[in-house]
Design a protein around this ligand. Sequence first.
Ligand SMILES: C[S@@+](CC[C@H](N)C(=O)[O-])C[C@H]1O[C@@H](n2cnc3c(N)ncnc32)[C@H](O)[C@@H]1O
Length: 274
Amino acid sequence: MTDIRPYPLSNLHEASGDHHDALSALLDDDTMYRITSLIDRESFPATGLPSGTWAGARMLEVGAGAGSVAQKMRYLVGETGRVVALDLHPAIEPDGNLDVVRLDLLSDEPLPEGPFHLIHARLTLGHLPPRKAITARLAERLAPGGWLCLEDFRARREHIAVSGEGADVVEEFQRTVGRKVFDAHGTDPGWAPSIHGVLTGLGLTNVDTKTFSSYWGGGNAGARFLTAIHAQTYDKVLAAGMAKERLDRVPEIMADPATLIHGHEVFSVVGQRA
Ligand SMILES: C[S@@+](CC[C@H](N)C(=O)[O-])C[C@H]1O[C@@H](n2cnc3c(N)ncnc32)[C@H](O)[C@@H]1O
């Protein structure tokens, strides 16, 4: 493999819109529940925000993609707050209380100034090898009392079949794309379970990890996500040795109502600056 730049997908790919739509449908409810639940914590007043509301807060969405989370943050912070959406290739436009920053997290370019009451990154740092250093740089941008929320997949690559005759084909795809494409481009499958320790090690307090996952199949959001990954990695998975006749069947199998597989587990980790 000659192209070894981290993150083997691209927001410039034609399947990127489907990819981001599926991620939004699959994960945004849990993400927003997680973020809004923080205002119920005894430690929330440390943010300095009035009466346990995110109204007026400054939030940074890292690896914003098409911006579904950033758009929802805008409602939380209201007109007096500010959301900054950061990405290598942002697929979202600035608007009202939303700023958009094009920035390569692998570069030395300084992060947006902040300070931020909430910094959130989902399915982004796991792909980028200097993930611990980037996490430390993000933590430096927190306001006193501000929260860092990192969410990443612990990819499931074995024993994923729940039902459906084609599930073994999907399992081979998941194993091949996971090991030979994502891991080969620097994705760390051990990152998600290690985030808790990284945030604690940075001196953040009230560190808390929750995990969640769902069945993917029958054309649901998980199935559409996997199908968009298939479209973006097709050539690489073929080159890695998966037989074309099996690889070609993945979208049709994932759309089949009989197919169900275990989706990847999400680790959602929060920590607060003292
Ligand atoms: C898997 S997508 C996740 C998008 C969104 N956070 C979500 O969960 O729906 C990863 C995002 O990270 C961005 N990204 C990848 N490498 C990056 C880099 N070096 N600097 C900044 N953003 C990057 C991609 O452009 C993409 O939008």
